[in-house]
Write a protein that binds this ligand. Structure first.
Ligand SMILES: [Zn+2]
Ligand SMILES: [Zn+2]
Length: 322
């Protein structure tokens, strides 16, 4: 073997080792030729704050494949134990997946908060290695004492909680405008990660009634509740996942660029993507992860801010500062 061949082989071996250590994918060399906004993130620098496993019966292996294909090094995996959002994923299943893929999966837990033993169960999940609660998505209003009890427990455990806010009659955690600020004020250690339609409708000062639409479009009117709460409460984070996040952030890109400038440490990359392959093979050709990555690359030019949105802010939300 020539010196050149040997050193080349050495290069590939060490490159492979570096990539495996980072727990991320080997990137296609052709990717270097893609326009900036289509590139995958640097290995180890994309943390997805919102992923489930069994969307459309996706397996754990396919979920990891989705992460590989989208350049996602790690993800918060969120169970939904009551299945009220049409996905039923048990906390035990997430813990099992975590034991198979310790360097890729950050396990959250969730369990029926109407059961009398809910706080004991959550404490048990804490001892078993879970890192937060989510996705909290049950048909209870936000002001319900049982919702407050799990937020209070997260505060005690120094945990984040991901909440699905949807104000429609058959929605979840209704009453964000009336109750969210009370919790942010009362519980300063818990990180509340906001998600879904009503959370994102409040990017604008004019929010249509939920029975009219949950997905408002068109220019954003400045002065929305989200801007105020994110500005006043560093313990609030914005989960940009799913159609709700993407539609809100892409409806008025000039406004969004300013929104990112005002809250650079509180925006979390997340996908909630149900696809198996990072190309939407089972999801009408759409992948929420790659779609959002491209939007963020287009709107955030500063690399360190992009790094915050893709990775560092999720770590802040996970670990807290208390
Ligand atoms: Zn979800
Ligand atoms: Zn996808």
């Amino acid at each position: 073997m020539s010196t050149v061949q040997r050193s080349r082989r050495g290069f590939f071996q060490s490159a492979t080792a570096a990539v495996v250590t980072a727990g991320a994918v080997l990137q296609n060399p052709l990717e270097a030729m893609l326009p900036d906004e289509q590139r995958l993130p640097r290995p180890g620098r994309l943390l997805d704050c919102h992923l489930h496993i069994n969307h459309f019966d996706r397996s754990v292996e396919d979920t990891i494949r989705h992460m590989d294909r989208t350049g996602t090094s790690r993800a918060f995996i969120l169970p939904l134990e009551t299945g009220e959002g049409n996905v039923l994923l048990r906390s035990e299943t997430v813990l099992h997946a975590f034991h198979l893929y310790k360097d890729r999966i950050i396990p959250f837990c969730q369990t029926d908060i109407r059961q009398p033993d809910v706080l004991d169960r959550i404490r048990a999940y804490h001892l078993l290695g879970c890192r937060g609660i989510g996705e909290q998505k049950e048909h209870l209003p936000l002001g319900d004492k049982r919702v407050e009890a799990v937020i209070a427990l997260c505060d005690e455990l120094n945990w984040p909680i991901t909440i699905h806010f949807q104000d429609s009659a058959s929605g979840y955690n209704q009453g964000m405008a009336e109750h969210l600020e009370t919790y942010l004020k009362r519980y300063r250690r818990v990180r509340i990660i906001g998600h879904a339609q009503t959370f994102w409708a409040n990017i604008s000062a004019d929010v249509p009634p939920p029975d009219e639409t949950l997905y408002p479009t068109g220019p954003v009117r400045p002065g929305g509740l989200l801007d105020r709460l994110l500005g006043d409460y560093p313990n609030l984070y914005a989960d940009m996942s799913a159609g709700s996040g993407y539609r809100a952030l892409s409806r008025d890109e000039d406004f969004t660029a300013g929104f990112f400038d005002r809250h650079p440490k509180q925006i979390l990359f997340g996908s909630d993507c149900p696809c198996r392959d990072g190309a939407g093979e089972n999801f009408k050709g759409m992948c929420y992860s790659t779609q959002l990555q491209r939007l963020l690359r287009r709107l955030i030019s500063d690399e360190s801010r992009l790094d915050d949105a893709f990775h560092n802010n999720a770590m802040l939300a996970l670990e807290g500062t208390a």
